[in-house]
Design a protein around this ligand. Structure first.
Ligand code: HEC
Ligand code: HEC
Length: 376
């Protein structure tokens, strides 16, 4: 049973495969993340292959996920791309289930290159206090270590103060519980914050950047092999919670619309509807496997998150579209440097991510564009 629960977490609630699966096979690692200055880390082989797979004991696995400690030989810097600052808030029971699942999947022999991250200014690990949540605007007691998807732990690990008037609403339908479960999924497992808050943590890294919580704006570069398939080269994470520009605050917001976006991987509300860009294109199919009640819980949580206001509440550019020739682009557009440009515009917002609007036409980004250079 615990293996089944682990599978549900890995393949629906969380997004492990989006990073850890590659050409060699399911969860067998080998995807590079280039961190600038010649530093690079590779996703690890999480399968039980005795020579190249996950070599951590259960206790080491918990320590790695809770403190960021990197157990690989010679490593003195903590895990850096691995979203452990989110996953650490999961209950012991749910982490045990993930570990049990990783022991049960088929082994894949895939030797992953060693990381180069010595030059990054990182500690070896960050201590974990199992009694207290400290990542947000209020510290709270942590409970439910021995429970799965515990609603009260979900409330405790919210970086912002949730609208508790919603907690009691429709209690007889179980929605009071729903907000807590949704918060647990979003803040421990699905790491929405990592992608949808920019930057995702405060300057010293100690807390979630609640001032810009889920207002979007992180730029992602589509890996070259995926570009012709997804037809994008770059995308900006969407503003979800902004008072004026957030997805969940739009007048036509509804559970049906959110559900439609996640279950179809398509922005069903746009005309014409367009497929979600990378990396939401990988996240949505996972979330689409959530039980209806858990997907609904994520929505109920989103509605209980206070709206983000101020400088971070801005609309973001649509994805920059991939092309091989101008035939891949719209009429009047050109294909320059592998992306469509040249369309008419009134502002940068009308152009693809990192493009600029100049003299009424979208221009591809300059070679020294900071937007491109800092893309993830
Ligand atoms: C954003 C991409 C990303 C996601 C999502 C992700 N990981 Fe990782 N993970 C990495 C990278 C990259 C590393 C190794 C390098 C580093 O982060 O410094 C890593 C390392 C690990 C390690 C350490 C393995 C070892 O051999 O020491 C474990 C365990 C792990 N991940 C498990 C998971 C699980 C379980 C999930 C899903 C709940 C997950 N990861 C989701 C990118 C990711
Ligand atoms: C790995 C990064 C990543 C993660 C994790 C992630 N998102 Fe996204 N999300 C994006 C990006 C990038 C876009 C923009 C995609 C596009 O323009 O097509 C996006 C788009 C969306 C949209 C469409 C909104 C709109 O106005 O177009 C919704 C809704 C959404 N995300 C919800 C979530 C929720 C809820 C979570 C957590 C449960 C989450 N996302 C986790 C990167 C991510």
């Amino acid at each position: 049973m615990v293996v089944g629960l682990g599978s549900y977490i890995v393949n629906a609630a969380s997004d492990c495969a989006g990073c850890h699966s590659g050409p060699a096979g399911f969860l067998s690692g080998g995807n590079p993340f280039f961190l600038g200055g010649g530093q690079v880390v590779w996703t690890r082989n999480l399968t039980p292959d005795p020579d190249t797979g996950l070599a951590l004991t259960r206790d080491q696995f918990l320590e790695a996920v809770r403190t960021g400690r990197d157990f690989h030989a010679g490593q003195t810097k903590m895990l850096v791309v691995m979203p452990w600052t989110t996953l650490r808030w999961a209950s012991d029971l749910d982490l045990d289930a993930i570990y049990a699942y990783l022991r049960a999947i088929p082994p894949v022999a895939n030797q992953v290159p060693p990381d180069a991250k010595e030059a990054l200014p990182l500690p070896p690990s960050i201590p974990f206090d199992a009694t207290t949540y400290t990542d947000g605007v209020v510290d709270r007691k942590l409970k439910g270590a021995d429970q799965s998807f515990p609603a009260h732990r979900g409330y405790a690990i919210s970086p912002v103060v949730l609208d508790t008037s919603r907690r009691g609403v429709h209690d007889d339908e179980g929605r009071g519980r729903s907000v807590g479960v949704g918060s647990y999924v979003a803040n421990a497992l699905a790491h929405c914050n990592d992608c949808h808050t920019h930057p995702d943590r405060t300057a010293d890294g100690s807390k979630v950047n609640t001032g810009a919580f889920l207002a979007g704006g992180t730029v992602f570069a589509t890996p070259p092999p995926l570009q012709p398939l997804l037809k994008t080269v770059r995308a900006t994470s969407a503003n979800l919670m902004g008072e004026s520009h957030g997805f969940f605050r739009e007048p036509d917001d509804s559970y049906a619309r959110f559900r439609g976006v996640i279950r179809t991987g398509t922005l069903v509300d746009e005309s014409p509807p367009r497929p979600l860009a990378f990396p939401m294109s990988l996240v949505a199919p996972n979330l689409a496997r959530l039980l209806e009640s858990d997907l609904r819980a994520v929505y109920d949580w989103a509605k209980a998150v206070p709206a983000t206001s101020g400088a971070s509440d801005v609309p973001h550019q649509p994805p920059a579209r991939w092309c091989e020739t101008a035939a891949d682009c719209g009429s009047g557009e050109a294909c320059t440097g592998g992306e469509c440009s040249g369309g008419t515009c009134a502002a940068d917002l009308d152009c693809g991510t990192c493009q600029t609007c100049d003299a009424g036409a979208c221009q591809p980004p300059a070679a020294d564009s900071l937007c491109v250079l800092t893309a993830q």
